[in-house]
Design a protein around this ligand. Sequence first.
Ligand code: GAL
Length: 689
Amino acid sequence: MTRSGAVWESMLDQSEQRAVTRRVRYGADYNPEQWPRAVWEEDVRLMGEAGVDLVTVGVFSWALLEPKEGLYSFDWLRDVLDLLAGAGIGVDLATPTAAPPAWLSARYLDVLPVDRTGVRYSYGSRQSICICSPTYREKVGAIVTRLVAEVGDHEAIEMWHVHNEYACHVPYCYCDHHGRAFRQWLVRRYGSLDAINQAWGTTFWSQSYTDLDQVVPPRMTAAVANPALELDYKRFCSDAFLEEFLEERAILKAARPELLLTTNFMGLYKPLDYFRWAAQVDIVSTDNYTDPATAEWQMRSAMDYDVVRGLNKKVPWMVMEQAPTRVNWRPHNVPKGPGHMRTMSYQAIARGATGVLFFQWRASRKGAEMFHSAMVSHAGTASPVWSEVVALGKELAGLEDLMSAPVEAKVAIVHSWPNWWAVESPVQPAGDLSVADQLFWVYRPLYEAGVTVDFCSPDECLDRYEAVLVPSLYLLSEPQAANLVSYVEAGGTVVVSFWSGIVDEHDAVYLGPYGGPLRPLMGCDVLDVAPIPVGETLEFQWDSGENGVGDFWADVLAERDGQVVARITRGALSGRPVVVETTYGRGRTYYVGCRLGPNALAHLFARVPALRGKTSVQPGSGVERVVRVGDDARYEFLINHSAEERKIDVAAHGLELLTGMELGSFVALKPAGVAIIRHAGIAPLRRTG
Ligand code: GAL
């Protein structure tokens, strides 16, 4: 067993409680096939210097492993694994199926995907795959089976890594294989053609199907396609990739069931329903390439990590890829600033990551990503990034005792992929409503107040949370709504925003005032909706007399059994409610009929204890705060993303783990400074009832 192999063991022992490794895993995608053997020796030596203990190998190596159909070559891979094992470096061994070799599509054209207009993609890059192609599936089965047979029992292997970023470049294929598989999927889902017609409302525009074969993928159409069909096609495509993943998984698990298995996700990525996917992995892993050139990138990155952590709350998660400094695939690739590779790695660890890996170990000389940053850049160890890499590796090696402490989150944000697919459709009242923006709208003030959130699916039990936010959950089934209603009945607090509870799982409108099965939580009637012209605002007044503004959207609300907390003061809707509070069972709800501006949202959140934040971290200060709670200590992470030094009051005296210093009542953090304060003996603040 490798040095690092022993580390995962402790994790598996505690698999029921988001168990983790004893130390943070550190490493990268390692692509030795791009280099002569002499470089491999140097790689392994430098990995030792940097404290690397886990590398992903083989992701894009199909053409080398099977240079001709049925002709295999594994000696080079065996040598790489031997070298790594000899140095005590664990391997996350990837199946090479995300980059099929040239010979495959040259001989079997149908492995290439077809776009909406009927154009077939060409070979010449990676991920040109029709996931429903029987030939692709057969060839994948063969290479994965062979991989396992040739090197599967190698001592270096600690993890299975299936494929790479499923659906990354071509999430939707519209070929005949897809058409056939879609029809089979529909029969499994609905049972009969009548049920399909019913679910899709095909009497509209004379779209009734009289034979299943008439149902085709939503290819190029003259006008907007049936939105319910589009929604099911997205469900189907996510499931089609998942089905292929499960085939690869079965081969790997049959050989080495004891190894952790993952596939790298892409955070908040629209085409795949990651809640369904995450149920099938032993460790959730994600790739994070938030653009450092965008405003609030640290916040958006934090949100991504919180989403990923919540996908499967029973298994650990890790960062499989991040850029050491810059990527090369945006039009203008700004690097991370000095120290940001470290702060962003600590952001992940604060939010529960069990490992931080990079893309990639050594910068390529050639190919599509030759100007992407790497742990070892073109300038080699002389590059400033190398000193950052080595320093971080050393520091992480010392961070053992907090790794089993879960992240403290008492607030949940509800998110669902089918909702995302349905609500961002061209048939909507506001086609520019973005789910990611809606999530960020409510996430941002909480992040700034140091309140950590979990993201939950609407199917999940929410009892452990003190407050739950429901931003624009347009598509909601009756059981999902009942889940939210019973959470409130039992004493929870929910904030529901506009455009929630509008349609059922088939994208059919719940009739009556909008809200359907969520209406008990609304306290008012949503009679109609009125998107606000871009650049204009909605003005209102709180019951306390203060004025507030919102934008983007206004519900046309009529009072019912709730208490009006804010009322519109100008324009056609003047006098109508815009925020309504209701008690329901033992709980409480707030219904919000527009997109409240930042101050107004803060005003509303101040009414809900769990949303207030009890921290000394000032909104806007650029300091990120997260707490992990162990059995005998709390770990308070403070990360200064701002360009100024910040002095932060800390919750209690404690030991700062990175410097080993005892702290009094505050800590001073330089720009890009990080503190992890261990507050020993403080009873975990877990919700008990
Ligand atoms: C990821 C991918 C890697 C590499 C990286 C570059 O999406 O998994 O293989 O391409 O991006 O940023």
